[in-house]
Design a protein around this ligand. Structure first.
Ligand code: TRP
Length: 352
């Protein structure tokens, strides 16, 4: 049996086995990444790159599935997301950063996989269902959007990924990908593709400042490169406990956004524990608490902000990182496509 090691993050310690895994993750380039991404996935990725073979996909084709009307909004954010990766410590010598639209094998894999999935199954995917509601698509849903779990299965299998670090909303995608893998392996009569395991962050999903779901369109998140005054107004606007009016009143921790962020980012976990007890008892004011969070976030963000400014000023370098990663991913994804074409008896080779 493989022993289990802990991946140590400041406060996230997801557990995976010691075996070397093939890690694949991705982000839609529709905006700058925010603190929720840092707590939920970026910190995990920074740790994973030292022990495992990791690819990070800038999923521009997936972003187009609900942004086809504003393609420049997607393309303009590609290098922004790459700058965010580098700023938080993803090292292009240890992680491959690749552009989805630069990998035609993934599109062809998705096309083949579509034959293995029913419309009913796609409509049952809980994440897609929730997103359809959120965007008010109803029956006017773009077919590409309904099918993006299949494209994501192509992403995952195109790298023969065994481990996919994601937020819990992405679990249905991995499940659907594994169903496709089982179908392919069944048709092939052998274990051609591996199934992937999800890797969830142990930090609970961070809420937005208002306590609702963190989302850029709700303007309740803060970017990884926020300025000091943005950090202050973000924290000032945070929802705490509406019944905690005077500092002397006893307060509630549950649903209190300030504590959610302290739990995720304050390195002094014992002190946060004491603050919680104090807050519950009464005698600890929101202003004092928020001042501490401002300091914690400033200490966290300041170095990221500085590195990000450096990278953002060197677009040529960012492009070079992405091109090199995409070229490297091209060979791997093409070889997987060749195998899957064989399964479907597509033996005629196209000119390359
Ligand atoms: N769907 C993911 C998200 O919205 C992004 C993504 C695209 C992805 N391809 C992927 C995640 C492959 C993991 C693996 O966050």
């Amino acid at each position: 049996m493989t022993s289990v090691s802990q991946i140590q993050n400041p406060s996230s310690n997801a557990t995976i086995s010691d075996a070397k895994e093939v890690v694949l993750t991705g982000d839609r380039p529709t905006g700058a990444l925010h603190l929720g991404h840092l707590a939920g996935s970026l910190r995990n990725r920074v740790e994973l790159q030292y022990e495992h073979s990791q690819t990070i996909l800038v999923a521009d084709l997936q972003a187009l599935t609900d942004n086809a009307g504003r393609p420049r909004h997607v393309s303009a954010h590609v290098l922004e997301v790459v700058a965010d990766y580098l700023a938080v410590g993803i090292d292009p010598r240890r992680s491959t950063i690749a552009l989805q639209s630069g990998l035609p094998a993934l599109a062809e894999l998705a096309m083949l996989y579509l034959n293995l999935v029913t419309v009913a199954r796609l409509e049952r995917n809980p994440t897609v269902k929730a997103e359809i509601e959120l965007r008010g698509f109803a029956r006017d849903i773009p077919a590409g959007f309904l099918c993006y779990p299949v494209s994501q299965a192509a992403d995952i299998t195109g790298f023969r990924a065994t481990l996919v670090p994601v937020g819990d909303d992405q679990l249905p995608m991995i499940e659907q990908s594994n169903e496709i893998v089982r179908r392919i392996n069944n048709i092939a009569g052998r274990r051609l593709l591996p199934e992937a395991k999800p890797l969830l962050s142990t930090v609970p999903r961070l809420p937005g400042a208002d306590g609702r779901k963190a989302s850029k369109s709700l303007r309740n998140v803060i970017s990884l490169s926020a300025e000091a005054d943005e950090i202050r107004s973000f924290v000032r606007a945070m929802y705490t406990d509406p019944t905690h009016i005077r500092a002397t009143d006893p307060g509630t921790i549950e649903g209190n956004v300030v504590f959610a962020y302290l739990d995720a980012f304050d390195p002094r976990i014992d002190e946060v524990g004491e603050l919680k007890a104090h807050y519950r008892r009464g005698g600890l004011g929101d202003t004092t608490l928020k001042r501490r969070l401002v300091d914690v976030l400033e200490a966290l963000i300041a170095p990221i902000r500085a590195r990000r400014a450096q990278f953002a000023g060197d677009k040529a370098y960012l492009q070079q990182v992405l091109d090199a990663g995409t070229a490297c991913a091209h060979d791997l994804t093409s070889s997987v496509l060749d195998d899957v074409r064989d399964v479907f008896a597509l033996t005629m080779r196209r000119p390359r």
